[in-house]
Design a protein around this ligand. Structure first.
Ligand SMILES: Nc1ncnc2c1ncn2[C@@H]1O[C@H](COP(=O)(O)OP(=O)(O)OP(=O)(O)O)[C@@H](O)[C@H]1O
Length: 265
């Protein structure tokens, strides 16, 4: 079986800066990856490539068996569910939450003249309910809270039943209860046997839902370490990634980390 994502020697250059520097990374179908790293590490840039929204300056990216640059991205994108703050700003603020989700089926952001099947509306409504935002289905997207918008975005990303799901900082801006609900729901999603191959970007270990199998630790546009989460998520690797001496805590499938304290005598 060929990989879902195959990034080889990818560099992304803007001016004199390398946003990504010779990155190679492979994601297989049954894997669920977390990309973790500090601000400016290049996480979003890498996810934009995986979403077929950005082309490498050098190197190659194969997504769902198609070579980026040699395929019509408009055919590829419906197979990829993508939730990101960069997309939120392109959503028409006057559209209802239901329309924001249902229009994903047609690869557009605004409801125009498309004929929507009742089936699509029902699915969109179910997804909103599953992600805890069913009650705001008829509210304009622009009037929703940050947390509600995030959840509507994830519902939209899932609308086309994607083969690859990319979640860029889904927990950012959520309160503690909202974050925990999101972690629980995402964990249920990725541990379901029919779930898509998923990649989640975050800076916070607490936002990693149980069920993620692999981690890519990124710093200054390059991997510090990558591989199965149990082996790769270590105090030493985290300390190198965040340039701070950290102690990792792993409990009941959840992670967090704290600055190492001097030994007490
Ligand atoms: N067009 C651009 N020109 C120059 N630098 C850029 C450009 N776009 C992004 N950058 C820089 O590239 C680096 C990587 O950005 P990216 O958004 O991928 O990082 P990130 O790991 O997602 O960061 P964060 O956690 O803060 O969202 C940052 O230092 C950013 O300022």
């Amino acid at each position: 079986m060929s990989p879902v994502l195959e990034i080889q020697n990818v560099t992304v250059r803007r001016g004199r800066k390398n946003l990504l520097n010779n990155v190679s990374w492979t994601v297989n179908e049954d894997e669920r990856w977390v990309i973790l790293g500090p601000n400016g590490a290049g996480k979003t840039t890498l996810l934009q490539i995986a979403a077929a929204r950005l082309f490498p300056t050098t190197g190659t990216a194969r997504i769902l068996d198609e070579q980026l640059g040699a395929v019509d991205v408009f055919e590829l994108r419906p197979l990829i569910g993508f939730s990101s703050n960069s997309l939120t700003s392109t959503m028409p603020m006057q559209e209802t939450a239901l329309n924001v989700v249902v229009t994903a089926a047609y690869g557009v952001t605004g409801r125009w003249r498309e004929e929507y099947e009742q089936l699509d509306e029902r699915r969109a409504f179910e997804l909103l309910n599953e992600w805890g935002v069913g009650t705001v289905f008829d509210r304009p997207f622009g009037t929703l809270s940050e947390g509600e918008r995030k959840r509507v975005q994830i519902a939209r990303a899932l609308m086309t039943d994607p083969e690859l799901l990319l979640l860029d900082e889904p927990g950012a801006g959520l309160d503690l209860g909202g974050r925990e609900a999101l972690v629980e729901r995402t964990s249920q999603l990725v541990t379901h046997e029919e779930s898509p191959t998923t990649v989640l970007v975050t800076h916070h270990l607490e936002e990693i839902p149980p069920g993620f199998t692999h981690v890519l630790l990124l710093r200054d546009g390059a991997p510090v370490a990558s591989g199965p989460i149990e082996e790769t998520m270590t105090s030493a690797n985290l300390s190198k990634t965040f340039d701070t001496e950290l102690d990792l805590v792993h409990r009941d499938g959840r992670y967090s980390a704290f600055k190492k304290q001097p030994a007490q005598h």
